[in-house]
Design a binder for this molecule. Structure first.
Ligand SMILES: CC(C)(COP(=O)(O)OP(=O)(O)OC[C@H]1O[C@@H](n2cnc3c(N)ncnc32)[C@H](O)[C@@H]1OP(=O)(O)O)[C@@H](O)C(=O)NCCC(=O)NCCS
Length: 250
């Protein structure tokens, strides 16, 4: 196979029908599954494993190593094996997906978004343009993360959750003034919950299954399953009706 204008390391394993555009750089031991297309000026770092029929657009970086300040809470000390992308994953222009992240089959990582090391994203989810899934976060299947969302490190976002544009999760009430390795508490968003645009989740809150958080709310206490909460601070105003449950909309 020849890929004019691209650099492909000798140790890379390239499947059938793979296309690699000019300017792409494919590192050592990278594996690219059959039918995958790699865009122009994309850099794929050593050890990255990409499934079949993926679309990796232009100017993407896959398998980036984190650059951390001394004492950063992101440091684990463990070596970082390669990034793993499942079959049919799409990574759009300018996105950066770090080493040791795992992205499930059929998921779309939007333009200029960032998926950090040791985070796991399930199948058929979407990470919207400019959003960040921070290190050690867990995102389930069929999750919709819209534009400019911050999923903080250690957060858990279960299957079928919807996070509206500009949702911000936080995980540190001290804003950095805590002993190393202590004090961080990320939110948990349970299955099929919906969080409206620009809502803020303070550290450690749990949003219950099928709950609904209105646009602009600041959630400072746990939200029970099916509660609808609005405002600053968020207060319960009603319940999600049977007719509005996800199972009615599949
Ligand atoms: C909650 C929401 C669904 C509106 O619900 P609603 O029952 O139709 O609300 P209404 O427009 O009838 O307003 C009822 C009252 O709640 C207030 N209210 C409505 N939305 C509110 C919100 N997000 N935060 C605080 N108060 C809100 C209204 O001002 C009104 O107050 P009043 O009774 O004092 O006049 C809507 O505001 C919302 O948050 N939608 C989510 C949109 C979103 O983020 N989508 C993401 C993808 S784009």
């Amino acid at each position: 196979m020849s890929f004019p204008g691209a650099h492909v390391d000798d140790g890379a394993v390239i499947g059938a029908r793979v296309t690699i555009a000019p300017g792409a750089v494919i590192g050592a031991d990278v594996e690219i599954g059959a039918g995958t297309a790699i865009g122009s000026n994309t850099v794929i770092h050593a050890g990255t494993v990409i499934g079949a029929d993926c679309v990796i657009e232009d100017c993407v970086v896959l398998g980036k190593r984190p650059r951390l300040r001394k004492g950063s809470s992101a440091a684990s000390g463990a070596p970082l094996p390669g990034l793993v992308l499942g079959d049919g994953v799409t990574v759009c222009c300018g996105a950066v997906v770090y080493a040791r992240a795992v992205v499930g089959a059929g998921t779309i990582i939007g333009d200029q978004s960032q998926v950090r090391e040791r985070s796991v994203i399930g199948e058929r989810s979407v990470v919207g343009r400019g959003s960040c899934v921070d290190f050690d976060a867990r995102v389930g299947d069929r999750v919709s993360i819209q534009t400019a969302v911050y999923v903080t490190s250690g957060a858990v976002v279960e299957d079928d959750v919807f996070l509206g544009p500009g949702v911000v999760m936080t995980n540190d009430d001290t804003m950095g003034r805590h002993p190393k390795g202590e004090g961080l508490e990320a939110p948990i968003v349970r299955r099929a919950a919906r969080v409206g645009g620009a809502a803020v989740l303070v550290p450690g809150v749990e949003i219950g299954e099928e709950a609904f958080v209105g646009a602009g709310a600041v959630v400072s206490k746990d939200v029970a399953p099916r509660d609808v909460v609005l405002g600053v601070p968020a207060r319960v105003v009603r319940q999600v009706t049977d007719a509005d449950l996800l199972e009615r909309w599949r």
